[in-house]
Write a new protein. Structure first.
Length: 345
């Protein structure tokens, strides 16, 4: 069983979904049991043809957001949202049968580890054909022909041979291309890519990222790219959302976030990247401490205990504030000397 998303009435949130939206989220909260939410009051918008990168350390809630978009969270998950729409379709309150119609057709996902996601006892061609048949193609031969075309689309060499192979007979890069082919089989409006290059070497990683960008350009789909790799996000995405302890703490273009970070957590992440100018034999800068369980329940800044710039007002409720650059926001009282919080859409 999967979890069900419940709507939370919000008199402040707008009733209309922005036109041309592949994804529109307002006020998403995800929790398990009686503990604090693992995702808190997240707002995200992805236009058609746009790539949004979500970055943050392990456990910050990135993957939970991706799974929520496909209704794949465990049944025990507690999910609430003021608005949760994919390609203009509302996911709030849908059961498994309704979600099954949206998966693949409207939103698809590339999972972190293709060897685990692919069926080890099914041939590659059959796995792709199965998706096509689930989404309306009744003729086996036409489904197989379309599967072959999809392998060509994702640049798998010798596609006729690969159709007959099993996952263990392929390299990690080719397995990831197969996962992309499966995700693209029903022409989704939104693609969620959860750490799609984690287990790949640098050369293959660049090829996969280039392929995803080409597919975006070809189909016009929106994309959510989830990663912990700042380099991957900077080179691929149109906008970036930085997460910490379940919250979005900064959002903007890659240039805004990477070149002029407004949140101390983002600055800490950027400072930890190895650079040519770094002296050999010396340690890289690191953010001290770690996320404590109680940090997710704080009314104020959740990063304050690790922040070198923390002050008394950081204990007050924090909001995403506009910085001095349009489209760039940060959940920090220092982002623009306390400018008022953004209005809800």
């Amino acid at each position: 069983m999967t979890s069900t998303t419940h709507v939370v009435p919000d008199t402040h949130a707008g009733s209309d979904t922005p036109t041309g939206a592949a994804l529109d989220i307002w006020g998403l909260n995800i929790g398990y049991g009686s503990g604090p939410d693992v995702v808190s009051d997240v707002n995200l918008h992805v236009a058609e043809g746009e790539i949004l990168g979500i970055i943050g350390e392990s456990g910050c809630g990135k993957s939970s957001i991706g799974l929520a978009l496909l209704g794949l969270l465990p049944a025990a998950a507690r999910t609430e949202a003021h608005r949760l729409q994919v390609a203009g379709k509302d996911l709030v309150g849908l059961g498994e049968r309704e979600l099954a119609k949206i998966r693949g057709n409207d939103v698809s996902m590339i999972f972190q580890e293709p060897m685990s996601a692919l069926n080890p006892v099914m041939r590659i061609g059959d796995q792709i054909s199965e998706v096509l048949r689930l989404h309306g193609e009744r003729d086996k031969r036409r489904a197989a022909a379309s599967a072959l075309e999809l392998l060509g689309l994702v640049q798998v060499p010798e596609p006729e041979l690969r159709m007959r192979q099993y996952p263990h007979q392929m390299s990690g890069g080719m397995r990831q291309r197969v996962m992309i082919a499966i995700a693209m089989a029903a022409n989704p409006r939104l693609l969620v890519a959860d750490e799609p290059t984690t287990a790949l070497d640098v050369t293959v990683q660049a090829q996969i990222l280039s392929l995803l960008t080409q597919l975006r350009d070809k189909t016009g789909m929106g994309m959510v790219l989830i990663s912990h790799d700042l380099g991957v996000i900077a080179s691929t995405c149109d906008r970036v959302a930085v997460m910490y302890a379940g919250q979005i703490v900064e959002e903007g273009t890659p240039a805004q976030v990477m070149e002029n970070p407004a949140h101390p957590y983002t600055r800490g992440l950027l400072a930890s990247i190895p650079r040519r100018t770094h002296a050999a034999g010396t340690d890289l800068p690191a953010i001290s401490g770690g996320i404590r369980p109680e940090d997710r329940s704080l009314p104020g800044c959740r990063f304050a205990a690790r922040c070198p710039l923390a002050e008394a007002r950081c204990a007050e409720p924090q909001h995403l504030l506009d910085t001095r650059t349009a489209g760039h926001t940060a959940r920090c009282v220092r982002s623009n000397h306390g400018l008022i919080a953004k209005e809800k859409p």
